[in-house]
Design a protein around this ligand. Structure first.
Ligand code: 5GP
Length: 209
């Protein structure tokens, strides 16, 4: 496909239990592909150390969050670990209109809602950890959270994993570079789908004139 061929942007969802490497994968994908923009969610959870307002999340009060829900400002929103998370609608609409792909780091509840709204524009990937032991190790290594939070995340991980079969693709993250390569292959193939290449009819037309 020629680089300047007109195409419709797609919505790429990465979901996984926390501790499966999804945040790192998202960051690496964004760094390596300028055609992908990240959807920055709003959340009522407190920032963790190192998190930056507007880059990692928009950190908002429960009242502001409710206001955004009432203003219909979210594409989807859900309660996760007792905190509210939502995907602001406007940046996604603008990015897609420019032909950019948008990457979402959201849970299974959000993915179900996006699937209803976006239909064929949505491509969903579930990232699995390589083993139960490794998942547990990675969850514990996140020392920023209290024991209670870690225990809650373990329970939540089981719940999140139970939704793996609702996704278009499933990737086991046993090696970060290999997993990133697989995600790029999925993205490349999805971009070439006939229905997304909105410029292809005109291109073929001038080939055969
Ligand atoms: P964390 O608090 O660790 O950053 O994220 C907790 C969970 O919330 C992760 O599974 C993440 O994918 C999910 N999440 C983050 N933003 C959103 C969002 O806007 N909508 C939904 N449904 N889930 C989100």
């Amino acid at each position: 496909m020629s680089n300047d061929m007109q195409r419709r942007g797609l919505m790429l969802v990465l979901s996984s239990p926390s501790g499966a490497g999804k945040t790192t994968l998202s960051r690496r994908l964004l760094e390596s592909d300028a055609a992908v923009a990240m959807s920055v969610s709003a959340t009522t959870r407190r920032p963790r150390q190192g998190e930056v307002e507007g880059r990692d999340y928009f950190f908002v009060s429960p009242d502001s969050f409710t206001g955004m829900v009432q203003a219909n400002a979210f594409l989807e929103h859900a309660l996760v670990f007792g905190n509210h998370y939502g995907t602001p609608k406007e940046p996604v609409t603008l990015a897609l209109a420019k032909g950019q792909d948008v990457l979402f780091d959201i849970d299974w509840q959000g993915t179900q809602q996006l699937r209803q709204q976006a239909g064929d524009d949505l491509v969903s990937i579930f990232v699995l950890p390589p083993s139960h032991a490794e998942l547990e190790r990675r969850l514990r290594a996140r020392a920023q959270d209290s024991d209670d939070v870690v225990a809650a995340r373990m329970a939540r991980a089981n719940n999140e994993i139970s939704h793996w079969a609702e996704y278009d693709y499933v990737v086991i993250n046993d090696d970060l570079d290999a997993t990133l390569a697989k995600i790029k292959i999925i993205l490349a193939a999805e971009r070439m789908k006939r229905g997304r290449q909105t410029g292809i009819t005109a291109f073929v037309g001038q080939l055969t004139r």
